[in-house]
Ligand binder design. Sequence first.
Ligand SMILES: C[S@@+](CC[C@H](N)C(=O)[O-])C[C@H]1O[C@@H](n2cnc3c(N)ncnc32)[C@H](O)[C@@H]1O
Length: 226
Amino acid sequence: MNDAAELFDDWARRGRDQGMEDGHFPRAEAILQALAPQPGERVLDLGCGNGWALEWLARRIGPEGMALGIDLAPTMIAHARARESAGPKEQPSRTPLEFLRASFEALPLAESSRDLIFSMEALYYAEDLDAVLKECRRVLAPGGRLGIGMDFYRENEDCHSWPEELGLSMQLLSASEWEMRLRAAGFEITRSFRSLDPRPLPADAPAALRTFRKEVGSLAIIARRP
Ligand SMILES: C[S@@+](CC[C@H](N)C(=O)[O-])C[C@H]1O[C@@H](n2cnc3c(N)ncnc32)[C@H](O)[C@@H]1O
């Protein structure tokens, strides 16, 4: 396990995976929608945490699709599997979710075996980001889409202290640097935007939270494998 997975394993043991779901979903939803998942597609969530985004995707791809979540932290995978087995048994409109403990730096998947890859708040923990992006391109079928969402990026100045606060080495890139790295890995950029949080702010919200949710937002990039 690497340092990031150890940290997030600890977070999952403390129940903080639920906090990430609640905090990330409002900005992730626009990215998931932009990916336009279709019935029967094979989808993959990298750094899937407790599996909330895969659940969203599974409802769109229906029973003919395939949904796989990958995370390196064993407790995240345990929570995701527990949640899946606790879910309604009879859900004919949704595909069963599978979860695998593995690193997104070496995906245990065949070439061209997926139609859509989603990843929220995870890829910047990569030790070798270019290797991860190449892996994404390898496992996507031609025409396949990649959608990534990040709160840790250069234009969001309030996040620059995170590596020190978390004690982790993290990839701090600007929007144009992310696009460049994706192009170098063989992707075309379809769309790059900031995903803001549509929830109303609490009346007593601190200024930094207001700015992040309503002006800065998550960096969202949709790319396509030609
Ligand atoms: C900030 S959490 C986000 C989890 C989830 N996507 C969400 O938004 O709630 C980052 C996740 O990436 C996972 N992760 C970090 N490095 C990884 C790697 N090399 N391979 C797979 N997962 C990794 C962590 O274990 C953690 O669950």
